[in-house]
Write a protein that binds this ligand. Structure first.
Ligand SMILES: *Cc1c(COP(=O)(O)O)cnc(C)c1O
Length: 370
């Protein structure tokens, strides 16, 4: 059963689909009575493989999926049941709206232009077309302004032929529970919803779920928390880790004090040290800001990154392993029990989302569970 890629690849990425499922269950248990839980699987399920992640969510009863681009939706459609609803956050672009209909994909309409294009398609097909209407409640990224929403509500003919599945909005600061924007956006969302009585609401992302039941409405849209990223800044992470990244040691060397390591000679050995060169670099998503800041682990021993991250390699100070030196071919954890995604992200000066979506294409990917 030995897969040749498992030894020929420089690094192994293990994705635990049972953990994704457990995370979905944990989020759903937090919801108030009526709310359903969607799965956000944009950017290939945050780099983890939407064609594997989505069916695992389906097995937990998930029937609503969100991606960003129409392209992603068309690729995903065969991997989820026909009765599952698939939403495209960016809406439709002119010229491809009929592809949306042909594949049974529902756009999130973000502007009056997108609404007009969708209604004119409905008219020309002489049928009703489903859509989500997004209102911007303070993020200023996508969606109709509250004023445009009011205008739309006052002129329902503008929505002729559209079955509004949800009124939707997106939180800007939900991971900070004490941020005043949360309540401001909630209030604006409630006002927008009152304009469309009876239409279900869709508001919370992962972090929004943890703001409390008044943020849940009828459908929540978690992404990151499903993949193990911490949903609340400064709190313990209730989510199960999903990703383990192990890279292989290529070579180990002893260096004298004063020896320089890596491009730019930015790391200098403080004394006699052992340096291991490991087979993953920034081309694999170990973003360059991890240089001289991040660490790998071997068992319970922390192995700091010595020097900058190269394209295909990093160098580790493995001196602390003492009389348990690494052999070429040994694996070290770049993401794992001791260095979960959020810890790696913090060392790199970014967020877990960017670490996950940066994970490269050269890894041997191994799925467990599901
Ligand atoms: C990405 C995204 C989500 C998922 O957000 P998470 O923070 O990953 O849970 C939900 N809604 C919208 C509009 C998004 O762009």
């Amino acid at each position: 059963m030995l897969d040749i890629r498992e030894v020929s690849a420089g690094a192994l990425l293990t994705i635990d689909l049972d953990a994704v499922r457990a995370n979905y269950r944990l989020l759903r248990e937090r919801l108030g009575g009526g709310a359903a839980c969607a799965g956000v699987v944009k950017a290939d399920a945050y780099g983890l493989g939407a064609s594997r992640v989505a069916p695992a969510l389906v097995a937990e009863g998930c029937r609503h999926f969100f991606v960003a681009h129409l392209d992603e939706a068309i690729t995903l459609r065969p991997h989820i049941p026909a009765d599952a609803e698939l939403f495209v956050l960016h809406g439709v672009n002119p010229g491809v709206d009929s592809d949306c209909v042909a594949h049974g994909i529902t756009p999130v309409l973000n502007s009056l232009e997108q609404i007009d294009a969708w209604t004119s398609l409905a008219r020309s097909l002489n049928r009703t077309l489903a859509a989500v209407v997004q209102v911007d409640t303070g993020m200023s990224r996508l969606g109709l302004s509250p004023r445009e929403m009011a205008m739309l509500a006052g002129d329902r003919s503008r929505l002729y032929g559209v079955d509004i599945r949800f009124v939707m909005s997106h939180l800007a600061c939900a991971e900070r529970q004490d941020h005043p924007m949360n309540a401001e956006q909630l209030e604006r969302f409630e006002i927008a919803r009152e304009l469309f009585p009876g239409v279900p609401g869709c508001f919370a992302n992962s972090s929004g779920i943890f703001l409390g039941r008044e943020y849940h409405f009828d459908l929540v849209r978690p992404g990151a928390a499903l993949y193990g990223v911490v949903p609340v800044v400064g709190a313990a992470n209730p989510m199960r880790p999903v990703v383990r990244l192990q890279a292989r040691v290529i070579q180990v060397r002893e260096v004298e004090g004063g020896t320089r390591v890596g491009y730019g000679a930015s790391w200098v050995a403080p004394g006699r040290c052992r340096i291991a060169t490991v087979s993953a670099g920034y081309a694999d998503g170990l973003i360059r800001s991890l240089g001289n800041r991040g660490a790998a682990w071997r068992g319970g021993t922390k192995l700091p990154i010595a020097g900058v991250v190269s394209m295909d390699t990093i160098t580790l100070d493995v001196t602390d392993l003492g009389d348990r030196p690494l052999e070429p071919g040994a694996l070290v954890d770049l993401i794992g029990e001791h260095n979960p995604v959020d810890v790696v992200a913090e060392a790199a000066g970014t967020i877990g989302y960017e670490i996950l979506t940066s994970l490269g294409g050269r890894y041997h990917r191994h799925y467990i569970g599901g």
